[in-house]
Design a protein around this ligand. Structure first.
Ligand code: NAD
Ligand code: MG
Length: 399
């Protein structure tokens, strides 16, 4: 039948890996879209190129020191230039049918919430916003008559195979994980791993932060929390299996023992296309899955000793309250410190655990019960960042 596709779209984080994949999908599918806004953090040159090509109403750079360059680069195009975090959130709320939420980190929370309040369909790549304030964000989207469709490949897989009619008969969600670049490494080698080695992901080309998260497997930890919130599945029913080929994107096991999986080549444009056209399907020249070329698909259990982040995230999900937001903030601080060569690779998870312990002993992991759950999450994020910076500084001195 004829597709009823979104028309007016906003791409938050357009200059990143997911942003590029989104614009590439628009290009490759030839789908007619009117881009209301493109937003970026600091990469003003790429934002200018994209704005010249796509002619949004507005192009927003979060870094205000780059506004002059943005204005200059857009002169004569008719595209308005804006800067700052408030302008990013305003762009998110311009009244698009569909908003790609692809900012990295908790910085994506406020714009994603702003978009959710408009009742738009949110294509959610920014998993950190769900980890920080999942129930609140989903509640806001629902109340505004909108929806949140996951873009993270594992969650897109589950979303595609989870039958709403038997959602209460789900026995387990099984998230697949590539295992990252250090899947087979000894702990001693991991201890001295460099940012370059951590960022070299075997199957996916992604932003630096999520690449490091894949290497520590905190990415899978964040995804367990994301899955629990998105699908209403308790922590003890969310499992992880290592699958190095990244062909099976995740599975749903039902109470009758039947397990459904979604497969595809590792290309983020497929889950983006799914989130764009759902419940329809967007025809485009997608890379196709050639199972015979793979020959075999393999699986193994994650090593919780070399990858303690999985256990840390499980505990944060069990604790609930402020723990997931605090864990996420501490992880962002620790990953930045690792990328900056201030701490070692194994110090990332140790810093996150140390921050959570400290906050727990201060009694600051209990659920705050102010009216505004999103404000609470932002306050927890800020205080966890302060404590994580101290924990990281201690590890730095010891290096
Ligand atoms: P990236 O670093 O490549 O891109 C991030 C984007 O956010 C860029 O456009 C950047 O300019 C913008 N940005 C950064 N800081 C900002 C700020 N403070 N304010 C406003 N904008 C800011 O990251 P990515 O790999 O595209 O990932 C984006 C999100 O999608 C992350 O949450 C990640 O976990 C998730 N995700 C990515 C992939 C992937 O394949 N890359 C897969 C699944 C989920
Ligand atoms: Mg994923």
């Amino acid at each position: 039948g004829a597709l009823t596709l979104p028309r007016k779209v906003v791409v938050l984080g357009s200059t990143g890996s997911i942003g590029l994949s989104t614009l590439s999908l628009f290009e490759e599918s030839g789908v007619p879209v009117e881009i209301l806004a493109l937003t970026a953090g600091r990469n003003v040159e790429r934002l200018i190129q994209q704005a010249v090509r796509w002619r949004p109403q507005v192009a927003v750079i979060e870094d205000e020191t780059k506004l002059a360059r943005l204005k200059d680069g857009l002169a004569g195009t008719g595209v308005r230039a804006a800067a700052g975090a408030t302008a990013v959130a305003e762009a998110a709320a311009m009244g698009a049918d569909w908003v790609m939420s692809a900012i990295v980190g908790a910085a994506g929370l406020a714009p994603t919430v702003a978009a959710a309040r408009t009742g738009a369909v949110i294509a959610l790549a920014n998993k950190e916003s769900l980890v920080c304030a999942g129930p609140a964000l989903l509640g806001i989207a629902k109340a505004a008559g909108g929806s949140v469709i996951p873009v993270d490949s594992e969650h897109s897989a589950i979303f595609q195979v989870l039958q709403p009619a038997c959602a209460d008969k789900v026995a387990r969600l099984i998230l697949t994980a590539s295992g990252g670049p250090f899947r087979t490494w000894e702990k001693a080698a991991m201890a001295v791993a460099t940012p370059e080695q951590a960022i070299a992901h075997p199957n996916w080309s992604m932003g630096a932060k999520i690449s490091v998260d894949s290497a520590t497997m905190m990415n899978k930890g964040l995804e367990m929390i994301e899955a629990s919130y998105l699908f209403g599945t308790p922590e003890d029913r969310v499992d992880v299996v290592i699958h190095p080929q990244s062909v099976i994107h995740s599975l749903v096991e039902y109470a009758d023992g039947s397990t459904l999986a979604q497969l595809g080549p590792p290309d983020m444009r497929s889950p983006i296309a799914c989130a764009f056209a759902w419940p329809d399907r967007l025809p485009w020249p997608a890379p196709r899955l050639d199972l015979a070329a793979y020959g075999q698909l393999t699986f193994e259990s994650p090593d919780l000793d070399r990858f303690p982040s999985i256990g840390i995230a499980r505990e944060a999900l069990r604790l609930a309250g402020a723990a997931p937001a605090a864990m996420n903030a501490a992880n962002e601080v620790a990953v930045a410190a690792f990328l900056d060569r201030r701490i070692g690779f194994l110090d990332i998870a140790a810093s996150v655990a140390g921050t959570l312990e400290r906050m727990n002993s201060l009694g600051s992991l209990a659920a705050a019960d102010n009216d505004d759950a999103v404000d609470n999450a932002m306050m927890i994020d800020a205080s966890a960042r302060r404590i994580a910076a101290e924990v990281v500084a201690q590890k730095h001195r010891r290096l």
